[in-house]
Design a protein around this ligand. Structure first.
Ligand code: FAD
Length: 493
């Protein structure tokens, strides 16, 4: 594996500590890279061999994710392996009839400071791996963590070896031991009634089947994303790699909870679709060999991402499993890494560790849970059952299409309650800057707490781990302020 340099402009933490990351998927590697960028020492333990724990399937990189990767100095290497896309073409899953077009407008993209990119899981893994290794991250493959003792900040490997660190990070995925540990083994997982079939397929073969109207609309070099809305089923597709392949996600009405990335290739898509779809999609369904089946589950939300010991935090899919086949699953993982590193860039004492871990939880939980809800909402929009709401959605889209407008243009009409709401959510999610949020936390709370604590320590007052200690703050009226008692921080108002 070759190395490449990342931007070196990030501030270095005054105190460097040792992180041990359980799981070297995208979450583990991106946390490692982000923490190493701010000067920490990181060891990643991954049970796979570095190849069998990644996939050749496609992923969409939304602007809120690409802006973080750009900030990490990865723009040039992403330009080599990812395609930038602006248009989405909407059609009917069953007939192929065109519903409309959406082009990401320049203003939205400028606002977000990111791009909408398309790439493979395999390539993203390589980009992050290379950058992490270049910054000195140590990664051990073929190493399975068999036991964790957060109180002792220790893990035991399957070969009996014991390793310790200052902070443990659980990045071992939705089925990993860290999530089980945090749930005490009692997590409730419910099926949503949908299963996704991930497919990669020859772009040439798919293009052969394209009708003239679609050919006129689709400029290959624009890297169009296709979205097909159907009656309780749907699909999206887009080019990946050097455009030789298309990645598809088929959303099918099938109850399952156990199907996951890494399982052997699946069959069964053909039986579910039968002859119910547009001829262009039918060719993909009939001829695809590289098919992966993925359950869309509703996982119980984990209240605490930080272990009671304050020595272990869960991140990525281990903290917040997000439905596959969507836009935000991997984006939330990258945002986790960026926020964690921003917080730990301020580390000057090990006493701050627990506070930073709880701040991470506070900053990330709501956002990740909302992203999951939004992803489920998108699946519902794709697979809306035929009826009055679906007719209204289609009518509204086609009206705009005929008028030469973007289907999601705000203002005059919407795509039914579900569609309009989904779109507002998407714009908000794209515009979010997770690193700004972490900076804001530091300015608003972190520094305040630091000052309060340093002032209170001579009196022996300690705040609880993770909670801001309001008892260390005194709010006084500016006009009638008394002298500040020793150990209290004063806010004047
Ligand atoms: C094989 C594979 C293929 C994938 N392909 C795609 C794709 O094509 N498109 C897409 O959008 N997403 C894909 N994903 C999912 C994607 O990685 C996640 O959705 C997300 O981006 C990253 O999540 P994560 O790193 O938190 O979890 P995961 O990706 O699940 O990574 C967790 C890692 O922890 C490791 N691990 C688990 N237990 C232990 C242990 N006890 N000791 C050591 N290591 C352990 C696992 O081997 C795995 O590498 C794939 C995931 C996997 C594992």
């Amino acid at each position: 594996m070759h190395s490449q340099r990342t931007s070196d402009v990030s501030p270095q933490a005054p105190l460097a500590v040792d992180f041990l990351i359980i799981g070297g998927g995208i979450a583990g590697l991106s946390c490692a890279l982000a923490l190493a960028r701010v000067g920490h020492r990181v060891l990643v333990l991954e049970k796979g061999d570095g190849l069998n724990n990644r996939g050749g399937g496609g992923m969409r990189v939304p602007p809120n994710m690409s802006k973080v990767l750009f900030h990490w100095g990865l723009k040039p290497v992403l330009r080599r392996v990812a395609l930038t896309s602006t248009p989405i073409l909407f059609s009917k899953f069953h007939t192929g009839e065109i519903l409309g077009i959406q082009k990401w407008d320049d203003e939205l993209l400028r606002e977000t400071r990111g791009e909408f990119m398309l790439m493979t899981h395999h390539d993203l893994y390589q980009v992050i791996y290379d950058a992490a290794v270049a910054l000195g991250v140590k990664i051990r493959f073929n190493v399975e963590v068999a036991d964790i003792d957060p109180d002792e900040r220790a893990v035991q490997l399957a070969n009996g070896e014991i390793l310790t660190a200052d902070v443990l990070i659980g990045a071992d995925g939705e089925k990993g031991m860290c999530r089980r540990l945090m749930f005490d083994g009692r997590e409730r997982v419910q099926p949503t009634g949908y299963t996704i079939y991930d497919v990669t397929f020859s772009a040439l073969r798919a293009m052969e089947k394209m009708d003239d109207e679609t050919k006129k609309l689709v400029k290959f070099e624009d890297n169009t994303v296709f979205a097909a809305f159907g009656n309780r089923m749907g699909a999206s597709g887009y080019p990946i790699g050097n455009r030789e392949k298309l990645a598809f996600h088929f959303f099918m009405p099938e109850e399952s909870t156990d199907a996951a990335y890494g399982d052997p290739p699946a069959t069964g898509l053909k039986d579910l679709v039968r002859d119910q779809c547009d001829a262009r999609l039918k060719v993909v369904v009939d001829e695809a060999t590289d098919v992966h089946r993925l359950s869309v589950n509703n996982h119980e939300n984990l209240d605490d991402w930080v272990h009671d010991s304050s020595n272990l935090v869960v991140v990525g899919q281990a903290a917040h499993p997000i439905a596959p086949g969507g836009i935000q699953g991997t984006a939330m993982v990258i945002e986790d890494a960026a926020v964690l590193a921003k917080l730990f860039s301020h580390l000057h004492s090990k006493d701050q560790i627990s506070n930073f871990l709880y701040a991470f939880q506070d900053l990330r939980q709501k956002r990740c849970y909302e992203a999951h809800e939004s992803e489920l909402g998108m699946i519902m929009l794709f697979t809306m059952e035929d009826g009055p709401e679906q007719e209204e959605r289609d009518r509204s889209m086609q009206e705009k299409y005929r008028a030469g407008k973007n289907v999601f243009d705000a203002g005059d009409s919407d795509m039914g309650a579900e569609g309009g709401e989904q779109w507002t959510q998407i714009r908000t999610i794209f515009g979010y800057d997770c690193e700004d949020e972490a900076d804001n936390w530091w300015v608003q709370w972190g520094l305040l707490r630091e000052r309060a604590q340093s002032g209170s320590q001579p009196n022996g007052r300690q705040s609880q781990a993770g909670a801001f200690d309001w008892s260390a703050v005194q709010i006084v009226d500016q006009d009638t302020s008394e002298p500040t008692p020793n150990g209290l921080m004063t806010i004047r108002c």
